[in-house]
Design a binder for this molecule. Structure first.
Ligand code: ASP
Length: 463
C-alpha cells in the first residue's frame, strides 16, 4: 500500500489506506483511543478499538506531536458523530496498523491557538514546532503561492529571471552594509547587497530588457516589527520604458496577485498622489486609505506616490539623495540638474503604498553618464571616490545602456498586508528576534580564534 494524504480520504470511503503524519491530539475514551492525525493536507480522526489488543496498547503510548504511520479503513462516521467544521469531519479511519516513526518530547507550547501570547524568544527557539501552527502554515504556504503568481505573471510578459551575486562590493546606497571578510585577500571585505540595484541596471546594459529576481536584500539597520536585517523583494527592471510603463506593469501584477489569492482591492486604478500632495493630505508619504469596515474585511488599499524631491539635506547640512543615487530626474528637470540646481529637482521616483506601509519603491534611472556623475558630485563625492565606487556604472553608461527603470515590491510587507499580520516574523519561516538573534540557531555566534586567524582577524573591544 502506498501513502495517501489526509485530504484525499473523503474520496476513499470503504478502502484501506496508509497515512503518515503527526498526532495532533489523542483522546482516551476508556475502551477506545482516538487520535487526530495531521499531515500537510489536514487532520482526520483515527479510531483504535479493542479488536486488536496489541494495537490498542501501542496506540495508548501515543502523545501529541509523535510521528506515525497508520493503516486502516476509511469509514463514514455515524450521523450524530459528524463534525462539519473540517473537510474530513464525516469520516474516520478504523485503524488496523500503527508504526511509530518518531517519539516527541512534550511540545514547548500549544500549537492550536495563534501563539501570539508566547514570548518571541521561545517561539523562535522552537520555530520548527511553532511553524506547525495552522496560522503559520497558512502564511508560509500563501507566501509560496504569491511567489508562484509573480513568476507566472512576469514569465508570460517576457521577463527573464536572473540571479545576481550575494558577495559583492560595499557601495553607498543609504543603509549600513553587512560585511564578509575575504580569506584569500586578507584585510579586504565583500558586502552583502542592500539590493541588486546596480546589477539589475548592468543587466539592462547587457541587453536583457526585462529582468526580475526574487532577491534577498541585506541592510544593517535598526530592527522594527516591519523591518529586518534581511528581506525579500521582487526586484525588477525594464528597458526602453518611462514611469507609466513601470507603474502599469506593477499595478497589473498587484491586481493579478490579489485576484489569485482571493483578496479585494479598494480602488483601481490605484489612486495617485505626488509626494507634495501626500504630505499635504496625510502628513506622510505612506498612509492607510481604508475605512474601519474595510480594515476588518481585509481589503487592500493600494496607492502610488510619485514626484519625490531628488535631494534632501543631511543633519550636517550636506546634500544626499532621498531614494537612491541611480534615479533620473523627471525628464523636464534633467537640464536643471545638469546646470547644478539642486533644491527644486524632482526625481522620477515612485513608491507603492498599501494599507499604511510602503510596500515598494523604484524609479526611472539615469542612463547617461553625465547625469549619474552630476548626482554623485552633488552628494559631495570627489572624482576619486566616484571612479572607485561607481566607475563600473559610468563605464556601462558609456558603453551603450538603454533608458531603463524598475521597481522592487517587498514580498514580506506585501504578505503582512495580505494576511493582516502586523509583524514580519509571522510571514517568514525563520525570522530574527527583535534583538537580531536568528531563529533556532544561535547566531551571531563566537568564531574560534584559529578560524579568525585564516582571515587575519583579531577581535578587540570597540573603543
Ligand atoms: N533598489 C531599490 C530598493 O531596494 C528599488 C528600486 O529602485 O528598484 O529600494
Amino acid at each position: 500500500m502506498s501513502r495517501i494524504l489526509v485530504g484525499e480520504c473523503p474520496k476513499k470511503i470503504g478502502e484501506s489506506v496508509e497515512l503518515s503524519g503527526w498526532v495532533d491530539v489523542r483522546r482516551d475514551h476508556g475502551k477506545l483511543i482516538f487520535i487526530d492525525l495531521r499531515d500537510a493536507s489536514g487532520t482526520i480522526q483515527v479510531v483504535f478499538t479493542p479488536a486488536d489488543k496489541e494495537l490498542l496498547s501501542n496506540a495508548d503510548r501515543l502523545r501529541s506531536e509523535w510521528v506515525v504511520t497508520v493503516w486502516g479503513l476509511v469509514k463514514e462516521r455515524p450521523e450524530n458523530m459528524r463534525n462539519d467544521k473540517i473537510p474530513t469531519g464525516s469520516i474516520e479511519i478504523e485503524a488496523g496498523g500503527l508504526e511509530i516513526l518518531n517519539e516527541a518530547e512534550t511540545p514547548p507550547f500549544d500549537i492550536h491557538d495563534d501563539g501570539k501570547q508566547i514570548g518571541e524568544e521561545v517561539r523562535l527557539k522552537y520555530r520548527h514546532v511553532d511553524l506547525r501552527r495552522p496560522r503559520l502554515q497558512h502564511n508560509i504556504r500563501l507566501r509560496s503561492r504569491l511567489v508562484d503568481t509573480i513568476r507566472q505573471y512576469l514569465f508570460s510578459r517576457s521577463f527573464v529571471e536572473i540571479e545576481t551575486p550575494y558577495l559583492t562590493k560595499a557601495t553607498a546606497e543609504g543603509s549600513r552594509d553587512f560585511l564578509v571578510p575575504s580569506r584569500l585577500q586578507e584585510g579586504k571585505f565583500y558586502a552583502l547587497p542592500q539590493s541588486p540595484q546596480q546589477y539589475k541596471q548592468l543587466l539592462m546594459a547587457s541587453g536583457f530588457e526585462r529582468y526580475f529576481q526574487i532577491a534577498r536584500c541585506f541592510r544593517d539597520e535598526d530592527l522594527r516589527a516591519d523591518r529586518g536585517f534581511e528581506h525579500t523583494q521582487l526586484d525588477l527592471e525594464m528597458s526602453f520604458v518611462a514611469r507609466e510603463d513601470v507603474l502599469n506593469l506593477a499595478e497589473g501584477l498587484m491586481i493579478d496577485i490579489a485576484g489569485k489569492l482571493g483578496k479585494q482591492i479598494k480602488e483601481t486604478p490605484f489612486p495617485r498622489y505626488t509626494y507634495t500632495e501626500a504630505i499635504q493630505k496625510f502628513g506622510a508619504d505612506k498612509f492607510d486609505l481604508r475605512t474601519a469596515e474595510e480594515k476588518e474585511a481585509g481589503v487592500l488599499a493600494f496607492a502610488w506616490v510619485t514626484h519625490f524631491p531628488f535631494f534632501e539635506r543631511t543633519d550636517s547640512g550636506a546634500w544626499t539623495f532621498t531614494h537612491n543615487p541611480f534615479s533620473a530626474p523627471i525628464p523636464e528637470h534633467e537640464e536643471k540638474l545638469l546646470a547644478g540646481e539642486i533644491e527644486s529637482i524632482i526625481a522620477d521616483q515612485y513608491d507603492l503604498v498599501l494599507n499604511g506601509y510602503e510596500v515598494g519603491g523604484g524609479s526611472i534611472r539615469a542612463h547617461k553618464p553625465e547625469v549619474l556623475k552630476k548626482v554623485l558630485g552633488i552628494m559631495g563625492f570627489d572624482e576619486d571616490k566616484i571612479e572607485r565606487d561607481y566607475g563600473h556604472m559610468l563605464k556601462a553608461f558609456q558603453g551603450g545602456t538603454p533608458p531603463h527603470g524598475g521597481i522592487a515590491p517587498g514580498i514580506d510587507r506585501l504578505l503582512m498586508c495580505f494576511t493582516g499580520e502586523t509583524a514580519l516574523r509571522e510571514v517568514q519561516a525563520f525570522p530574527m528576534t527583535a534583538g537580531g538573534k536568528t531563529s533556532v540557531m544561535d547566531a551571531p555566534a563566537d568564531i574560534p580564534t584559529e578560524q579568525l586567524a585564516e582571515f587575519g582577524i583579531q577581535i578587540r573591544k570597540k573603543a
